[in-house]
Write a protein that binds this ligand. Structure first.
Ligand SMILES: [Cu+2]
Length: 181
């Protein structure tokens, strides 16, 4: 391989990592649409946040979201929440299934795209690019605005479920420990 050829290949690699690959007709990225994406606003200094959206599958076959990437975080994982004796805990999931003609809802307290090690402060109204990659390797870029979602966290709490902390805040701190150890 010539040096020139190598540099072209390198340039192509850099380009594909910077620019979202356009969805090819018939690909999973073509069949799945992401509606109402948003990223949760977190206080300055907080190292983690989450991205949420509804993934709709227009195809006759199931699709899977395999991974997500975002330039605002050092690492991005697919997570879900499980309720263990009244305590909400997060668990990484290997993929998120979007059934044929169905949808997968990523929402606070449920499935989410976890942004770990934020590289920048997320201000309300900022747009966070999130690239979703599907089972066939196709991907699409979603621009998720940063929003405050405190009230939605409250809705996830059952009456009688005691929380001696501010909704949202401390739960995220706990996430930090899980990821930072
Ligand atoms: Cu998480």
């Amino acid at each position: 391989m010539t040096a020139k050829f190598r540099s072209i290949r390198l340039a192509a690699c850099v380009l594909t990592s910077l620019i979202a690959v356009p969805a090819l007709a018939g690909s999973a990225a073509d069949g799945v649409s992401a509606s109402e994406p948003f990223v949760r606003m977190v206080p300055p200094g907080m190292a983690t946040s989450g991205a949420f959206m509804t993934l709709k599958n227009a195809d006759d076959k199931d699709h899977k979201l395999m991974k997500a990437d975002s330039p605002v975080a050092k690492a991005v994982e697919l997570h879900t929440h499980i309720n263990e004796g009244g305590v909400m805990k997060m668990r990484p999931v290997k993929d998120i299934e979007i059934k044929a003609k169905g949808e997968a809802v990523l929402k606070p307290g449920g499935l989410h795209v976890m942004l770990i090690g934020l590289k920048q402060e997320l201000k309300e109204g900022d747009s966070v690019p999130v690239t979703l990659t599907f089972e066939d390797g196709s991907s699409k870029k979603v621009d998720a605005p940063v929003r405050r979602i405190q009230t939605e966290m409250k809705m996830d709490m059952k009456p009688g479920m005691q929380m001696d902390m501010k909704p949202g805040m401390q739960m995220d701190m706990k996430h930090d420990h899980e990821h930072m150890h």
